[in-house]
Design a protein around this ligand. Structure first.
Ligand code: PTJ
Length: 246
């Protein structure tokens, strides 16, 4: 690839796109991941490629949820692994969450490539390969999870989740944190905490809040209860429709 010039007005977004292409070449990202990236870029453009205030509030609530949880898990798919492997490991470190690879289009080759990639970026343990439990209501391959991972988790962060699986996890009674730039998509609609922000901004922001809140457990409940998911979704939709780009 030719390098993306820093002075290109959309250099950050072009660099992100190259990471997805590299993820496909490395056997990490699915070809459908390219389509997902295109949709994400379109919404990010409309929201002004920034973290809106209601998303920042969601990121703080997400951090409080992960810190308060008994068994939090961060779920990783082919797009997340390509875009932000360091940020996933950093977030898991800051919150004590486990990391589990969980794919929409599951293949053993991609599972292994993603687990290796995360370990190369400092993950000490990567779950998802055992696949000894199921999410009820999903077809065999799509429902596979680890018994001591997502299946047992009380709080799951599922960035860029498919709508069916987001609904099935919510149905299992899990507190779901979803990162998705489309506020109308079914996954953020199913989430206790919808984070309408780009994954590459959202994960480091949640980590920063977690580091800030880690030693102040007395504040977690109020932050969680003070977060209004409906208001956050409505605010994101308003930001997109207003078209006031920065
Ligand atoms: O690796 P796999 O097999 O698990 O597949 C992963 C993808 C993402 C391909 C799969 O889950 C999928 O097809 O997802 P969808 O249905 O395309 O949904 C992806 C959602 O994420 C869309 O609503 C996009 O707008 C949004 N999105 C894409 N990129 C980003 C994003 N949201 C936040 N940050 C992004 N970088």
């Amino acid at each position: 690839h030719t390098a993306v010039p820093d002075d290109h007005p959309r250099s950050a977004s072009l660099r992100t796109r190259h990471r997805i292409e590299a993820g496909i070449d490395a056997g990490i990202t699915s070809r459908q991941g390219l389509i997902a990236e295109g949709r994400g870029e379109a919404f990010d453009y409309l929201i002004g490629e920034r973290t809106i205030e209601s998303a920042a509030a969601a990121e703080r609530a997400a951090a409080a949820h992960l810190l308060r949880a008994e068994s939090p898990v961060v779920s990783v798919n082919g797009n997340v692994a390509a875009l932000a492997p360091e940020a996933v490991v950093d977030l898991a470190d800051a919150t004590g969450a486990a990391i589990e690879v969980n794919l929409f289009n599951r293949t053993e080759a991609r599972m292994d490539a993603i687990a290796d990639h995360l370990r190369d970026h400092g993950a000490s343990e990567v779950k998802g390969l055992t696949a000894d439990a199921r999410i009820p209501g999903l077809s065999h391959e799509r429902g596979k999870v680890d018994a001591d991972g997502i299946h047992a988790a009380d709080v799951v962060l599922v960035p860029l989740e498919d709508g069916d699986r987001a609904a099935a996890l919510a149905e299992m009674g899990k507190t779901e944190i979803v990162v998705d730039l489309n506020p109308l998509s079914r996954s953020p609609q199913a989430a206790a905490v919808p984070v309408v922000d780009n994954l590459v901004r959202a994960l480091p922001a949640i980590t920063e809040h977690a580091r800030d809140l880690r030693d102040r457990p007395e504040e977690w409940d109020a932050i969680i209860e003070g977060f209004d998911r409906e208001a956050a979704l409505a605010d994101a939709e308003r930001a997109i429709r207003s078209g006031q780009l920065e």
